[in-house]
Design a protein around this ligand. Structure first.
Ligand SMILES: Nc1ncnc2c1ncn2[C@@H]1O[C@H](COP(=O)(O)OP(=O)(O)OP(=O)(O)O)[C@@H](O)[C@H]1O
Ligand SMILES: [Mg+2]
Length: 365
């Protein structure tokens, strides 16, 4: 179901972006109202995207790519987003200890933890307040961990509520604003990373969540030279394999506008036949992962046999059982998560074609 939803959202988001572009190019004020309406559609689709990813994370179906991390870096990266999320009445204070021990975790997931906790804090501080994020080392570098503490000065919780907060679908927000998955997801992410989470709360005073992630002795991968953001296509040909017709068209259109030559196939069998008939080079295969008849992985293997040296980019929002071993994404697999935007897709293709390893994209948060 999540797979289908992500396909639909990719279509909605991208066609909306096309419309938004045309409106923006139109004359003067005439379409201002339409532009605002389109923006509402985009915002709703982005909310739906977050919800799908929340569900996937909760069901532990999300692709996780644990890396050696400095938690301070993640906090820095997400600070702006958090400020926007909590609004003007809540002040964000960060108190970060230098030289944190390294931990092994998925950046996107740690971001999700911070966002979920911040959103809860905001909801508990409707009259304003302070949200504090602290990091400190605990124990020594070999056996200790890094503590991440998120506190608010909000309503706090009664003991009865505290008992249930981590349960899936437990919510006190009865007006339809809560699904009760926020903390259940946080709990899942933290424990999956080998960490612990606890909380202290006092009614009328506030709430503090304390997370400890274990240190890792894995060595951080060398920093890759950042790939150029824009790369002019050099007349390369891309083969797109996607069973969902609307999404296939979106993808074709995005690459065409990006300056690539595109051939498309609705399934693996068609793709193999196309590749056999195609005289020139095919530089990049962009394929869905989960398709009827032939999975993306097999499509890639068979196309590689016909066009050796072809690069492969998988598109999926639900790839874990098919691409990953032991729940982790194999290191040499290029994957773009659905729903993607035009710019992330073109950028990913450019990175791969210029010989850079791409970073797994995070969904829109
Ligand atoms: N910082 C907080 N202060 C006060 N109450 C909180 C706080 N965080 C969580 N809660 C309580 O715990 C409940 C469960 O939180 P959780 O994040 O799991 O779900 P939700 O926020 O209700 O919905 P969702 O996160 O799925 O939108 C909330 O409904 C709220 O009652
Ligand atoms: Mg919540």
């Amino acid at each position: 179901v999540a797979h289908d939803f992500n396909n639909l959202l990719a279509v909605i988001l991208n066609y909306t972006a096309f419309v938004a572009e045309e409106i923006a190019a139109g004359p003067g004020e005439q379409f201002a109202a339409a532009a605002r309406d389109v923006e509402q559609i985009q915002r709703a689709a982005e909310r739906a995207t977050r919800l799908t990813h929340q569900l996937l994370a909760f069901a532990r179906r999300e692709v996780v790519k644990p890396q050696v991390l400095d938690l301070n870096d993640v906090v820095h990266d997400v600070e702006q987003l958090l400020n926007r999320t909590i609004g003007e009445d809540v002040v964000l204070v960060t108190d970060l200890t230098d030289d944190l021990y390294p931990v092994l975790a998925d950046t996107g997931q740690v971001e999700q933890v911070l966002v979920n906790l911040a959103v809860n804090a905001r909801d508990a501080m409707s009259g304003g307040g302070t949200l504090t994020i602290e990091t400190t080392n605990v124990g020594d570098v070999d056996s200790g961990g890094v503590m991440l503490r998120i506190s608010d000065t909000g309503t706090g919780m009664s003991d009865a509520v505290v008992q249930h907060v981590f349960e899936p679908f437990y919510t006190t927000k009865l007006d339809g604003t809560g699904t009760g998955l926020g903390l259940a997801t946080v709990y899942g992410i933290v424990t999956q990373a080998g960490g612990t989470i606890g909380l202290q709360s006092r009614e009328g005073v506030g709430t503090t969540f304390t997370i400890v992630l274990p240190t890792t002795d894995e060595v951080a991968a060398p920093v890759e030279t950042p790939a150029p953001f824009e790369r002019a296509p050099q007349g390369e040909t891309i083969l797109v394999v996607e069973d969902e017709e609307a999404l296939r068209e979106v993808t074709e259109r995005i690459f065409n506008r990006g300056g690539y030559r595109v051939i498309t196939a609705a399934n693996g069998i068609e793709a193999v036949a196309l590749a056999e008939r195609h005289d020139g080079d095919i530089h990049l295969l962009v394929t869905d992962v989960v398709m009827p008849h032939m999975l993306g992985k097999e499509v890639a293997e068979r196309i590689r046999a016909i066009k050796p040296g072809i690069d492969v980019l998988y598109m999926s929002g639900y790839a874990r059982p098919v691409l990953a071993s032991q729940g982790r994404l194999d290191r040499d697999v290029n994957l773009i998560e659905k729903p993607f935007t035009a710019s992330t897709l073109v950028k990913a293709a450019g990175q791969i074609l210029s010989g850079h390893e791409m970073n797994t994209t995070s969904p829109i948060y």
